[in-house]
Write a protein that binds this ligand. Structure first.
Ligand code: UD1
Ligand code: MG
Length: 487
């Protein structure tokens, strides 16, 4: 009997705590307080649009349709969303008559849907999945029409306040502008994220009115409707309200970004990464850094970058989507994008490695060297003032100062192949397509236009001639002319 009961109980719990999900993201507002022409949700936070973060929140909430309500800058918002994999629907709200009006634009899309409608705000980028899950669960477990995500703020100014009856039951949400003076001290606030029963929402949304201080249709007025209908509303308090903070100004955006960066740097430091100046180091959450790496001030590590143990990242490095091996030295002020640097290699100072560069182990790329689509073998050296593009260099190659792989003829790009052990003298132009055979030497100042066979010496420059005494004679002549002028 006992067992039977508990089985029943757990089954019904299961039925109560899961239900089909549909997510609506409110993103039509202009973001007036940002004071920028860019729509608010297209501002970047940690390298990604705000809307992108919120779409992540939506997809982590569980499978189900996601509808983005857009208005200001809808085309640009749509373009941002199209870059993601996954299916998203967009509804245009024009004009924007309030959060209730916004959700009402989805009524057509909600027809026939039975389950939970999760409403997220396009400018709340940091919500943790556990919080969203808790919010949804709290509605299902209590069988309420609405669950409201709340927080307790030291300064609740600007937020809608949670109004409760003497018994503690939620009776409404009041916006700042509509507060009675004695309600201003309420510090339990609506964070603007909700779970609704779909049937309730479909039934009550069309009944919203706009008789309030702003003349808007408030989504929050649905709380009153839920109380009247008997389904009721409950709250779910965010563990740390900071995760549910919305972005309203550029200052808030920069503060949130700084905090998120600092949190990630702290994580890295806790795992053995030496960061000399966390206030002036920026590392995306998507970057992996192994222990015993040393990172100097003003380094920026972005995207899918990984840095292997024991490497040193010098000041001013900007490294994006690149794989840095172990015990690598990135000297000051290098820009490295879409590249791979082998173990024990050294790069910089002032090197620019563009997409498709692969540097072998112990190779050396020096100052004012630019590389692009270049595979450079083990222990090879390109030390000074050189361009290597669309090229393949073997092992133990040495490129002198000021050399250029001339890869572009104004129409097409061509490849340069430099085989193992080749020495290219300074100031050499290698006009591609060209192959310099294994073990060859190229004389300084050459302009190579055809292949060099292995183990040969290539000299491709005009012969030198000297006019003996010419300079002395010229000086004498000039001196004589000056003397004449003076006299
Ligand atoms: C709203 C809540 C308030 C809560 C606060 C939390 C209402 C009436 N009030 O106020 O209780 O404390 O969020 O941040 O809901 N939006 C549209 N279309 C519109 C209006 C707004 O899509 O017509 C979008 C905005 O782009 C934004 C979100 O809805 O992403 C919230 O709108 P906002 O104007 O910031 O609401 P608040 O006044 O902050
Ligand atoms: Mg707001």
């Amino acid at each position: 009997m006992q067992g039977h009961h508990s089985e029943n109980f757990s089954r019904s719990m299961h039925q109560q705590t899961t239900s089909p999900l549909l997510t609506i993201i409110l993103a039509a507002g202009k973001g007036t307080r940002m004071k920028t022409s860019l729509p608010k949700v297209l501002h970047t936070l940690r390298g990604r649009h705000l809307i992108d973060h919120v779409l992540d929140t939506a997809s982590r909430a569980g499978p189900g349709r996601v509808i983005v309500i857009s208005g200001h800058g809808a085309d640009a918002v749509a373009a941002s969303i199209r870059r993601r994999t996954g299916q998203y629907e967009m509804v245009i709200q024009e004009p924007q008559l309030g959060t209730g009006h916004a959700v009402a634009q989805c009524l057509g899309g909600l027809a026939g849907f039975d389950g939970t409608v999760l409403v997220l705000s396009g400018d709340v980028p940091k919500l943790r999945p556990e919080t969203v899950e808790g919010l949804i669960r709290s509605r299902l477990e209590t069988g309420s029409d609405i669950s409201i995500l709340t927080g307790y703020l030291a300064d609740p100014t600007g937020y809608g306040r949670i109004i409760r009856d003497p018994g503690g039951k939620v009776t409404g949400i009041r916006e700042q502008r509509d507060l009675h003076p004695d309600q201003e001290s309420i510090n339990e606030v609506n964070l603007g994220v909700y779970a609704f029963d779909a049937a309730f929402l479909t039934r009550e949304l069309p009944k919203l009115r706009n008789d309030n201080a702003q003349g808007e249709y408030y989504l929050t007025d649905l709380v009153g409707a839920a109380v009247r209908s008997g389904g009721g509303a409950v709250t779910f308090a965010a563990e740390d309200h900071a995760e549910a903070l919305g972005i309203n100004t550029l200052l808030e955006l920069s503060e949130m970004e700084t905090n998120m960066n600092r949190e990630y740097l702290k994580k890295l430091m806790d795992s053995g990464v030496r960061i000399l100046d966390p206030a002036r180091t920026w590392i995306d959450d998507t970057v992996t850094v192994e222990a015993d790496v040393v990172i100097h001030p003003t380094a920026f590590l972005y995207g899918t970058t990984t840095v292997g143990a024991g490497s040193v990242i010098g000041p001013g490095a900007v490294i994006t989507d690149s794989l840095i091996g172990r015990d690598v030295e990135i000297r000051p002020y290098c820009v490295i994008t879409g590249s791979k640097v082998g173990d024990q290699a050294a790069v910089g100072p002032f090197s620019h490695m563009r997409a498709g560069t692969e540097i072998g182990p112990s190779a050396r790329i020096g100052n004012y060297v630019e590389t692009k689509m270049a595979v450079i073998g083990e222990n090879s050296k390109v030390s000074h003032l050189t361009y290597v593009g669309d090229a393949e260099l073997g092992n133990n190659v040495n490129i002198g100062a000021g050399c250029v792989t001339c890869n572009y003829d104004g129409f097409n790009k061509y490849r340069t192949v430099i085989e193992d052990g080749v020495f290219v003298g300074s100031g050499t132009m290698m006009v591609a397509p060209i192959t310099i055979g294994k073990g060859s030497l190229v004389a300084a100042g050459s302009t190579l236009t055809k292949d060099v066979p292995p183990d040969s010496l290539a000299i491709a420059r005009s012969h030198q001639s000297e006019k003996q005494g010419w300079a002395a004679k010229r000086r004498e002549k000039l001196a004589a002319e000056k003397k004449k002028e003076k006299s």
